[in-house]
Design a protein around this ligand. Structure first.
Ligand code: NZQ
Ligand code: ZN
Length: 390
């Protein structure tokens, strides 16, 4: 059964080889003053920066560079909002991965707010307006190009917040898979692990429908197959284009329309890990996925594991259900390992002595223990998952 839902993703996707040529026409819908935002320099190395500036000769371009992975409120969001206000920016052009896009989304609302921007990001105050965003995506992973969320870290208070608002849907996302050829093996693997986790966060929910299951299993199959091809041959257009398209579906709800809400527990846990130890999002998710699955495995969740086991991995449906479930967990562990993710948090610098503090942090800022969660996780459950991930 498909339950009641509202679905509206107003973002225009322009996808394929050479789509960047549309940039002047797209930007001119919004005005002349453009804030170009980007990260630590990858767009300069691959020539995209020069291509963009070449197309923007008739615009007034201001720049915010150096946006960090796990983008920071201070300095990046604060500085971007200041530039928007000072130069009366009509449109933000975000060029990069999820971090650049997320930071630009936060900037877009903070630029239209007179108080402290963190009031918006932390949910204390509702945003009333935003500067429009156009993006050129360079890394297939988060789905930020097709959703209304952003994830911003505030290092001074060890916080990393997911923040969503309809105002932050990008107006237009230009997606050329060729710009992802230069993504490193590590980021390719972590980006795909992130997208796989987005599917799993939605798959483990109640109620669910056979149709949604089929879409999600198709997404998992495509991600798991194509990441291996892209790792072997980074310039394989077929693989990079599938990764880019499938990742874009990750977080805007389309995969789970009419289904129950899981509460995205693994993201809550990972955001604490990134807030405390600045680890790569997708790597943290990959590592905690098998321990989280072991924690939630019960009669209630069994059928979900069996569906994955039979439909995704082709296991014999006559095997004992618990055996199928355990094999599913092992498959994910081995898959993540096979694409180069170290499967222990300690290898990413996470310190065991912070586990209890992180569990308390998660409970304070997220819903993981709420009754409505698919499987609520209390403090001891969070600690078990984190310890088993070390
Ligand atoms: O900074 P530059 O020099 O651009 O280098 C980046 C960065 O070092 C590099 N990179 C990007 N495109 C490249 C490239 N290198 C070579 N060639 C290219 N074409 O990759 C590194 C990582 O980039 P980043 O943007 O941080 O990665 P990702 O796209 O995985 O974004 C991660 C962030 O998104 C948040 C995460 O929490 C994390 O902060 N998320 C956002 C979501 C959303 N808005 O819906 C949902 C996700 O669950 C996630 O939480
Ligand atoms: Zn994610």
């Amino acid at each position: 059964m498909i339950g009641n839902f509202v679905y509206n993703t107003p973002t225009e996707l322009i996808f394929g080889k050479g789509v960047i040529k549309n940039l002047p026409k797209v930007l001119s819908r919004f005005g002349k003053n453009v804030l170009l935002t980007y990260g630590g320099g990858s767009i300069k190395k691959v020539g995209l920066y020069d291509d963009v500036l070449g197309l923007l000769k008739n615009f007034n371009v201001f720049e915010l560079s150096g946006i960090e992975p796990n983008p920071k409120y201070d300095p990046s969001v604060i500085e971007g909002a200041r530039l928007c206000k000072e130069h009366n920016i009509d449109v933000i052009l975000a060029v990069g991965g999820g971090s650049v896009l997320d930071c630009s989304k936060a900037i877009s609302v903070c630029a239209k707010y007179d108080g402290e921007g963190w009031d918006l990001i932390s949910g204390k105050v509702k945003a009333k307006a935003a500067v429009p965003i156009v993006d050129i995506l360079t890394l297939a992973a988060t789905g930020s190009e097709y959703d209304n969320g952003c994830v911003i870290s505030y290092t001074a208070i060890n916080d990393k917040r997911s923040y969503g608002d309809k105002l932050m849907y990008p107006a237009v996302s230009l997606l050329d898979p060729e710009y992802t050829y230069s993504v490193s093996a590590w980021q390719t693997a972590c980006g795909t692990a992130d997208a796989i986790n987005h599917v799993l966060e939605q798959f483990f929910a109640e109620p669910h429908s056979a149709f949604n299951d089929e879409i999600m299993i198709a997404a998992l199959r495509s991600l798991m197959r194509n990441v291996k091809v892209a790792l072997k041959n980074p310039a394989d257009y077929d693989a990079r284009s599938e990764l880019m398209y499938v990742c874009s579906w990750g977080c805007n709800g389309i995969l789970s329309n009419g289904a129950g809400h899981s509460g995205w527990p693994m993201h809550s846990i990972e955001h604490a890990l990134s807030a405390y130890f600045d680890i790569t999002h997708g790597a943290g998710l990959a590592i905690i996925t098998p321990p989280w699955m072991r924690e939630i495995l019960s009669e209630k969740t069994m059928e979900r594991f069996v569906t994955l086991g039979v439909s995704l991995f082709g296991f014999d449906k006559n095997l004992p259900k618990r055996e199928i479930a355990n094999k599913v967990i092992d498959e994910f562990y081995n898959f993540f390992k096979s694409i180069g993710i170290p499967m222990h948090l300690a290898e990413l610098g996470v310190k065991e002595e912070k586990i209890e503090e992180m569990a308390e942090h998660i409970l304070k800022y997220d819903d993981t223990s709420e009754e409505w969660m698919y499987v609520p996780l209390d403090k001891s459950a969070l600690i078990r998952i984190l310890k088993a991930s070390m």
